[in-house]
Design a protein around this ligand. Structure first.
Ligand code: SF4
Length: 535
């Protein structure tokens, strides 16, 4: 039995334009479930299917995943599939958190909401392993799916997995080679899933209005889980707690084993994925209770250090022929001790601290865990320990007004003074299953007076922060020939920095080389000259 997994991440209408160097963890996790059932799954990207480079007749069913913005790519993939095959089509990933839309727009048979692994296992047992859909009468009982049977049926959600169940999953490492450019891509490896922020946004998206019971702020860990008014947990703009529940950490040995296998297959850049990396191991401190408090207990320093130490010892990282990063963290958990541990293992790498707003009042309205002051302190501490803090803001959020926008502009300036390496500004987009679902998407910053003030502040700050890399030597991983000018190869810095165009390279993808930066092409791209030697 040969299932095909199509990873449509960032494919938009069908072709990946941005973040070409990112490989998410979800498709490999599903491939691991299929391998565990004795199957030989193959992963591909939407582009490969749409370019007709794959014989779809070789496969027995299709799993397609992507973001809500990838709906069109997924629809094109499923309609291509349906021209050649009557076999089942399942869609999953963030796109499925709008289940009706994901079914009716893509013509898939089943939409899998939230964590897909257990649902997939159950569907396999019920007949999918023979390449057939279970009968509608049977499908009725499968939690976590929406399916089409003349009309759209919504089944109840599947409860989030418990830690042990989650930790028993074995993501596929064999299928990493199915991805184009896997040697040079940032390959995501899950360290933990879920989020500890069970606070709630106080801006109502619909008729759900906070009645002020304070359970989500002051209740015990179980009490915080549910809001009597049914307001979705977490920051209002985020759907992670609704989709994945409170944090559950994978054991360090399993993460290390997965990373080691990926390195042995040629991967050079690994990202430990976690909605908040400093939640790693905190769940163990309160187990079996759910970790629904984003502040207490403090980070699990011992487990954090153990994971990062074991990873640092892997020979690929020791030889500096490969690198690993972390991404997001909650500013309130960046204690002196946490920053010191991160600095010891991740010096020189970027870390993300989300502010989203610079206003304390707005922070509380959004249901955020950390305050702007805590985030600023986190930036200072991380910078002092040798990391490169990237800070995040969102313009056009519900509740944005001239006063809190002014505070955000001030905070952006304070981030620069505190040691931020880069300001990243997003435009608010309401996510399904978040508290702000149904609210209007923000207008482009340039078309909105308040949004524009934040946008300009971020631009100004980034100009100040722009590093002059010219003359510096940077270690990069070669990816592919530059499409616009074949004399160059696109390469990604092993640790951080802009895309590098390398002239005169003769070798293969995944080669690690040192280059001297000789010029600036654009905001995000520089030109490099090969130094002697390859690693
Ligand atoms: S649990 Fe719900 S009703 Fe109670 S304070 Fe939190 S948001 Fe308000």
């Amino acid at each position: 039995m040969r299932p095909l997994i199509v990873d449509a991440l960032a494919s938009g209408r069908g072709k990946r334009q941005a973040t070409r160097d990112v490989i998410g963890a979800g498709p490999r996790s599903l491939a691991g479930v299929l391998e565990g059932e004795g199957m030989k799954p193959q992963i591909t990207v939407a582009e490969t299917v749409l370019d007709g480079e794959l014989d779809l007749g070789d496969f027995d069913f299709l799993l397609a995943s992507g973001m809500t913005t990838d709906l069109q790519a997924i629809r094109r993939v499923t309609s291509t599939w349906k021209k050649t095959s009557g076999s089942p089509v399942l869609v999953g990933g963030p796109v499925a958190s709008e289940p009706e839309r994901s079914l009716t727009k893509t013509y898939a048979d089943i939409s899998v909401i939230g964590e897909g692994e257990q649902t997939l296992k159950e569907l396999l047992e019920l007949g999918l392993h023979r390449g057939r859909l279970p009968d509608p009468e049977v499908l009725k009982r499968v939690r976590g799916i929406t399916y089409f049977d003349g009309v759209v049926h919504f089944n109840p959600l599947r409860p989030a997995m418990r830690r042990r169940e989650y930790d028993s999953l074995v993501p596929s490492t064999a299928t990493i080679v199915d991805y184009p450019l896997f040697r040079s891509s940032r390959v995501y490896v899950e360290a933990l899933r879920g989020c500890s922020n069970y606070g709630r946004a106080r801006i109502a998206a619909d008729t759900k209005i906070c009645e002020g019971c304070r359970r989500c702020d002051e209740g015990d860990l179980e009490g915080r889980y549910d809001c009597p008014q049914g307001i979705s947990p977490g920051c209002g703009y985020c759907s992670v707690p609704s989709l994945f529940g409170p944090p559950k950490s994978r054991s360090a040995d399993k993460i290390v084993q997965e990373v080691e296998e990926l390195l042995s297959r040629g991967v050079k850049r690994v990202v430990l994925s976690a909605p908040g990396f400093l939640d790693y191991g905190r769940d163990l401190l309160v187990e079996p209770r759910p970790l629904t408090d984003p502040r207490h207990p403090e980070p699990n320093y011992q487990i954090l250090d153990e994971l990062l130490s074991k990873l640092s010892e892997l020979s690929g990282f020791q030889d500096r022929k490969a690198s690993f990063f972390i991404e997001n963290m909650k500013g309130n958990l960046v204690t002196e001790r946490a920053a010191e541990i991160l600095g010891r293992h991740l010096e020189g790498t970027p870390v993300n601290v989300g502010f989203e707003t610079g206003s304390m009042t707005h922070t509380a309205q959004l249901g955020r865990a950390s305050t702007p002051e805590e985030n600023l302190k986190a930036v200072l501490r991380l910078k002092r320990e040798g990391l490169r803090p990237y800070v995040y803001f969102i313009h056009g959020l519900p509740g944005q007004n001239p006063e809190n926008a002014r505070e955000t502009v001030e905070t952006i300036d304070r981030c620069v003074a505190s040691g931020a390496s880069r300001i990243i500004l997003y435009r608010f987009q309401p996510l399904p299953m978040s508290a702000f679902h149904g609210m209007p998407k923000a207008p482009p910053a340039e078309k909105d007076l308040i949004g524009k003030s934040i946008y300009r502040a971020a631009q100004r700050a980034n100009r100040t922060l722009k590093e002059n890399l010219v003359g510096q030597t940077v270690r990069v991983v070669i990816a592919e020939r530059y499409r616009r000018d074949k004399r160059f190869h696109v390469a990604y810095p092993l640790h951080h920095g802009p895309v590098v165009l390398v002239e005169g390279f003769e070798g293969s993808e995944g080669s690690v080389v040192d280059v001297e930066i000789v010029g600036v092409v654009s905001d995000r791209m520089v030109r490099g000259r090969l130094c002697d030697g390859m690693f």
